[in-house]
Design a protein around this ligand. Structure first.
Ligand code: SIN
Length: 290
């Protein structure tokens, strides 16, 4: 969207990151139902910038739930027990004495191993450590567009195989560390199931193509041996995590962040051992990747 088009927002302010990937939104009160025109502008900004930050929105859990439902119906959150009384809210928590990698601390797109992975994740900050705790995002659409045409043609027919096995399966990292984590992670043989999605997916709203793979949840490429698939995936990850495709989100207390899992991957960076970090998270249902 051009600068002139940015100015076309009537009911919100939109301050894009210099790359255009990520934007800060003002002029809204997410604690109240958004008027239809304002909700449409928020959704338009989200389609344009993929990661929206709403500062100064110290929502209660009920308000977070209500805002989520304005964006769309809840997604299904497996493998982490929800908060008591809030079946669609996860508490993303790391206590000061924890030393393991943070929850979400490797590149992934949320629950991409599902048949219909969530379109959005919404995360609201409750307690922010004085150092570290940033969340990094990759612009997977820009990363796709930067590939040469021969590579795009090679990737076009491929389906990536997604699974939660590395994170939540009986032999996963989390399975070995459950007693050292404050979060109620659920390890299950269900996590070993696999689901194939187009390796390049088309965004249902913008029509942009994006790479839809991640080191946490992509375990192969359909019809290829690991020896064939692994170098392709490794090359894509190396390409995607270049600085030019990354937005580093710095948190403040009472901030709401909404990201689009269909065209991004993210990584909770850590770097705050000895400090508490508490966030509350919902997801919005998505569609079958195509
Ligand atoms: C997540 O992957 O949802 C966690 C992100 C974060 O805690 O910053």
């Amino acid at each position: 969207m051009s600068q002139a088009a940015e100015a076309a927002y009537r009911t919100i302010t939109v301050k894009p990151q210099p790359s255009g990937f990520g934007a800060e939104i003002g002029g809204v009160d997410l604690a109240k139902p958004l008027p239809a025109g304002q909700l449409a502008e928020v959704k338009a900004a989200w389609a344009r910038h993929s990661v929206l930050a709403f500062p100064d929105q110290p929502l209660s859990l009920h308000e977070l739930e209500a805002f989520t439902l304005e964006i769309g119906p809840y997604g299904v959150d497996p493998f982490v027990a929800p908060m008591p009384g809030h079946p669609n809210v996860l508490e993303v928590r790391r206590d000061p004495n924890e030393t393991l990698t943070p929850f979400g601390g490797a590149w992934h797109s949320d629950w991409s191993f599902q048949a219909t992975p969530p379109a959005a994740t919404i995360l609201r900050s409750e307690v922010i450590p004085p150092v570290g705790g940033d969340t990094l995002f990759v612009d997977a659409a820009a990363a796709y567009e930067a590939l040469d045409e021969a590579t795009k043609a090679k990737l076009a027919p491929l389906k990536a195989v997604h699974s939660a096995t590395r994170a939540y399966g009986p032999r996963s990292g989390y399975a070995k560390e459950l007693d050292q984590r404050s979060m109620p992670i659920i390890v299950s043989a269900d996590a070993d199931k696999t689901f194939a999605h187009p390796l390049v997916r088309t965004h249902p709203v913008t029509g942009r193509k994006a790479l839809f793979v991640s080191p946490v949840y992509t375990i192969g490429i359909e019809g290829m041996t690991p020896a064939e698939a692994d170098p392709i995936l490794a090359g894509l990850y190396k390409h995607m995590v270049q600085d030019r495709f990354i937005y580093r989100h710095k948190w403040r207390v009472g901030m709401v962040l909404m990201w689009d899992n269909r065209c991004t991957m993210h990584n909770a960076e850590g770097g705050y051992d000895g400090h508490l970090r508490v966030m509350h998270r919902t997801t919005v249902a998505g569609e079958t990747p195509a």
